[in-house]
Design a protein around this ligand. Structure first.
Ligand code: DP6
Length: 357
């Protein structure tokens, strides 16, 4: 990790800052539901790909001394104050306060921006908390002289937003205890350790912006609605089985199984929303139109392109990079009418956080 020191001309205090780029991720097996005990512990294991080209860049700067012992910070989004983010950040800092001396000793400024436009419905909490956790770890490491492990960084990110803990690895990331995955646990994510079959090594994700608006139900509220849901335990069992199956498919190169699991997971996630009380639907009519067009395209061309969804209306199309041009032609020829402002974003898979000088 690297760190830059500057002197403020004004107060001659030593300023320290850390900047990181961290990618967003898309789950193949979904985290949906939290354990009743503990903080931000998943009810089932999940696995994701990081989206290299959709990322957040965050700088955390030390501005001065902390005077209260409670977290003291300014938050800027693209250089402008963003008061609506302060409560979530305050909760996050209070959760990690015992583990980070820098939070008790310094007044911090956080300046963050995404490389994808605001208001596209692309979730930025994973990349945002991932980048913030990396910056805090670097500052803590320099301040205390003690190395901060990747496990601690992933755990820190999790305490901001569960899915953020999976944004730490170039390889697929597994989060949540699974009996057959050695080292898997609820506290932090680990990289997929077995060999990945070559058919999955150059995957790409095209994110179709079906609805750029604010979601009617946030992920955090959606997770909460699994509490007391009679279908929840069956869903957690399914996710656990899917994780076993998808790990096998990743190793053996079984694309048929991989597609089935990824699409089942997307639909089960949204089925759980419909089975909640109160019930809700985040898919839009255009979400279904895209899925139907995709199924017809796959049947006709035999190209292994599949869809997944996160907690929103946007559709992610996953496919091996070798088919990039045909999928691009399909999207631009048949799907852009379903996309708000005809927008979509394409990303390669796989990227660990990068320190920025
Ligand atoms: C549907 O990580 O956003 O994208 O932990 O409450 O911040 P909090 O929720 P969040 O939930 C992500 C849910 C999901 C599936 C996934 O990424 O696994």
């Amino acid at each position: 990790m690297s760190l830059s020191y500057q002197y403020s001309e004004k107060n001659r205090e030593k300023q320290v800052k850390s900047t990181f780029r961290c990618s967003s991720n898309i789950a193949l097996v979904k985290y949906w539901g939290k354990k009743p005990e503990g903080i931000q512990l998943p009810a089932n294991p999940s696995i994701s790909f990081t989206l290299k080209d959709l990322y957040t860049e965050t700088t955390v700067s030390v501005l001065g001394a902390n005077t209260s012992g409670a977290p003291e910070f300014d938050f800027l989004f693209e250089g402008q104050p963003k008061p609506s983010f302060i409560p979530k950040l305050t909760d996050f800092f209070n959760r990690i306060l015992p583990d980070y001396a820098i939070l008790r000793e310094f007044y911090l400024q956080i300046n963050t921006s995404n490389n994808f436009p605001h208001g596209t419905g692309i979730a930025s909490s994973a990349s945002g908390f991932g980048a913030l956790a990396c910056c805090l770890a670097e500052l803590e490491q320099v301040h205390t002289g003690q190395p901060v492990s990747i496990e601690k960084i992933s755990k820190t990110a999790r305490l901001g937003s569960g899915s953020a803990c999976r944004s730490m690895f170039e390889l697929p990331a597994i989060w949540g205890a699974h009996p057959l995955v050695k080292g898997s646990n609820d506290e932090y994510a680990i990289p997929f350790k077995s060999n990945i079959h070559e058919v999955f090594t150059d995957m790409m994700d095209a994110v179709l912006i079906v609805d750029a608006g604010e979601k009617s139900v946030s992920s955090t509220v959606g997770h909460g609605l699994l509490k007391g849901n009679p279908y929840a335990s069956a869903r957690y069992e399914e996710a656990t089985l899917h994780l076993t199956e998808i790990c096998t498919a990743l190793e053996t190169g079984n694309m048929t199984d991989f597609i089935r699991i990824v699409e089942q997971e997307a639909l089960q996630l949204h089925a759980m929303m419909m089975l909640s009380n109160p019930y809700f639907i985040l898919m839009r009519p255009a979400t279904l139109s895209v899925i139907e067009a995709l199924w017809a395209f796959r049947k006709e061309t035999k190209i292994p392109v599949m869809f997944t969804l996160d907690a929103g209306a946007n559709v992610h199309l996953l496919f091996p990079g070798i088919h990039n041009q045909q999928v691009k032609n399909f999207i631009e020829g048949q799907l852009l009418d379903y996309c708000q402002n005809r927008q979509y974003f394409c990303s390669a898979i796989g990227s660990a956080p990068i320190p920025i000088q």
